[in-house]
Design a protein around this ligand. Sequence first.
Ligand SMILES: *[C@@H]1O[C@H](CO)[C@@H](O)[C@H](O)[C@H]1NC(C)=O
Ligand SMILES: *[C@@H]1O[C@H](CO)[C@@H](O)[C@H](O)[C@H]1NC(C)=O
Ligand SMILES: *[C@@H]1O[C@H](CO)[C@@H](O)[C@H](O)[C@H]1NC(C)=O
Ligand SMILES: *[C@@H]1O[C@H](CO)[C@@H](O)[C@H](O)[C@H]1NC(C)=O
Ligand SMILES: *[C@@H]1O[C@H](CO)[C@@H](O)[C@H](O)[C@H]1NC(C)=O
Ligand SMILES: *[C@@H]1O[C@H](CO)[C@@H](O)[C@H](O)[C@H]1NC(C)=O
Length: 526
Amino acid sequence: MTPFFAFSLLALGQVALASQDAFETRCAQFAEKIDIPDVKVNFAQYVPGGTNLSLPDNAPSCGAASQSVTVDLCRVAMAVKTSNSSEITLEAWFPRKYTGRFLSTGNGGLSGCIQYYDLAYTAQLGFATVGANNGHNGTSGEPFYHHPEVLRDFAYRSIHTGVVIGKELTKKFYDEGFNKSYYLGCSTGGRQGWKSVQKYPNDFDGVVAGSPAINFVNLISWSARFYPITGPPSSDTYLTPAEWNVVHNEILRQCDTIDGAKDGLIEDPTLCYPILETLICAPNPSNATGCLTSAQVQTANKVFSPLYGINGTLLYPRMQPGSEDFASTIMYNGEPFPYSKDWFRYVVYNNPIWSGKDFNVKDAAAALAQNPYNIQTWEGDLSSFQKSGGKVLHYHGMQDQLITSEDSKLYYSHVADTMQLPPSQLDDFYRFFTVSGMAHCGGGDGAYGIGQGTATYAGSDPEDNVLMAMVKWVEQGVAPETIRGSKFADGPGTKIEYRRRHCRYPRRNIHVGPGPYTDENSWRCI
Ligand SMILES: *[C@@H]1O[C@H](CO)[C@@H](O)[C@H](O)[C@H]1NC(C)=O
Ligand SMILES: *[C@@H]1O[C@H](CO)[C@@H](O)[C@H](O)[C@H]1NC(C)=O
Ligand SMILES: *[C@@H]1O[C@H](CO)[C@@H](O)[C@H](O)[C@H]1NC(C)=O
Ligand SMILES: *[C@@H]1O[C@H](CO)[C@@H](O)[C@H](O)[C@H]1NC(C)=O
Ligand SMILES: *[C@@H]1O[C@H](CO)[C@@H](O)[C@H](O)[C@H]1NC(C)=O
Ligand SMILES: *[C@@H]1O[C@H](CO)[C@@H](O)[C@H](O)[C@H]1NC(C)=O
C-alpha cells in the first residue's frame, strides 16, 4: 500500500467520523469484532440518550415492552450457549460517558427477565453494565421442568457467564478496559449477589445484595406455608386485607414506640413480639370491625411463627411484624404462592398438577434434601471473598412482605459464627444495613430511598446511594457507617419528606431527640 493511498483512506475515515462520531462508529462495527465461543451476537445498536427503547422480544410476562434510556450508549444483544440444552440471553450496555467500572445486574423471583430498568439505571451512572435472562424467558418456573441445565443457569451459571463474557466485551469495547467490577441486585438478585460472593469470590470487587432470597429452598417452603395457615377466603381462618390492617394497627400500638418514635415504623422488628389476643372480639360485640375471631388471631400468630422442619430444626425464621398491610394482598391472599407452587411442580416433584393446598413439613424436607446446584446460597465461610479484597453491602427492608428480614439477620450470625469473626471485624468486608420503612426491595412507609434503582433514587451522592457508597468503599477505602434513605412524599422520585440514616447491623436506631422523628440528626445507632 502506498503512503498516499493510506493517507486518503485516513481522510475518508475522518469524513465518516464527522457524520457518525467515533463512539457510534465503534458501536456499529462492534458486532463483527466479537468472536467468543458460544456467543452469538444478535445486534449491536447505538441508542442515543432520550430514547424510549422498544423491547418487542421481551417476554410479555416480564411486563416491560419499553425502557427509557437517558444517556448515549451502545447496546449489544447476544445469545450465549451455556450447555447442550440451555442458553442465556445477554445484553451489554456501554455508555458513552464511562467511569471505568463494570457492573452486573441480577434478576427477580423465578424469572427469566432481563432487568432493563437496572441496565438503564447503572449505565446512566457510568457503568458498563450487563443483564441476562437467567436462562429462560418469562416469570414462570415451568422452563425448569425436566430441564436441569436451565435450572443450573438459574441457580448460579447465568450471572457468572454474563460476568465472564461481559468483562471480556468491556475490555474490547473500551480501549482503557475497566478498573473495578460491581454487582447490584435485590431479591433473587440479592441471592445471586451472595452466590457470587460464596462461589465466585473474584467476580466482583463490590457486591450490593438487597433482601436476598438466600436460604432459598426454605424460603420457598416458608412462602408455601401461608396458604395452609390462612386457608381460602371462604374459611374461618382467613383475614381480609382490612382485617390485616387491624392487626397492623395493633402491632404498631404495641411496638411502634420501642425505638422512641411514634412514626408508624418499627426500627427493629426483632424486639417486637405482639400479643394479638388483645384483638379477640368480646362476645356479642356492638361493632366487630376493629376485632377478630380467635381463629383469625391464631392465623396471625402462626404467620408470625418460624418454620420448623420435621425434626424440629429451624428452617426459616418468622415474618417480621410491620409488613402485614403489604403481605395481605400477596402472601396471605388465600391462594398458594405462585413461586412456591412452581418450584414444587417443576423442580421438586415433577408434577405439574401439584396444587400447594396440602403443603406440609414433609414437602419442606423433600425440597431441602434436593437443594439443586446448592441454590440454598447459605455458605457461612466467606474467607475466599475476604482474601480477594472484595466488599459486600447487604441490606434488607424492615417491612419486607416477601422475604422476612429475619433471614438476613440469621445469615449474618451464620457468617459470624462460621468465620469466628465479631461484627467489628466483619465490618472490614461485610456490612449489613437494616432499612426501616422499606418493603420488598423498595416501597414502604418510611425512608426507603437508598438508590439501589430508579424507583428508590434520591441522588448520586454516596451518602444517599448504596451503589455509589459501594464505589467509594472499593475505590477510596471509605466504608459506609450508615446508609441514608429518603422518605418520598408521594412515591419514588417525588418530594422528599424526610431523611433517615439506617444503621449497620447489629446496631439499631433509636430516636433520642431533641428534634422530631423527621430530623435525621435526632436518631442514634446503638
Ligand atoms: C414508551 O413507549 C411506550 C409505548 O411504545 C409507552 O407505553 C411508554 O409510556 C413510553 N415511555 C415513555 C417514558 O415515554
Ligand atoms: C454436548 O454435545 C457434544 C457434541 O455433540 C457432546 O460431545 C457432549 O458430550 C455433550 N455434552 C453433554 C453434557 O451432553
Ligand atoms: C483506572 O484507574 C487509573 C488510575 O486511577 C486511571 O488512570 C484510569 O483512567 C482508570 N481506567 C479507567 C478505564 O477508568
Ligand atoms: C428468550 O427470548 C429470546 C428473544 O425472543 C429468544 O431469542 C431466546 O431464544 C429465548 N430463550 C429461551 C431460552 O427460550
Ligand atoms: C366500628 O369500629 C371501626 C374501627 O374501630 C370504626 O372505624 C367504625 O366507625 C365503627 N363503626 C361504628 C358503627 O361504630
Ligand atoms: C434435621 O433436619 C435437618 C433439615 O432437614 C437436617 O439437616 C438435619 O440433619 C436433621 N437432624 C437430625 C438430627 O435428623
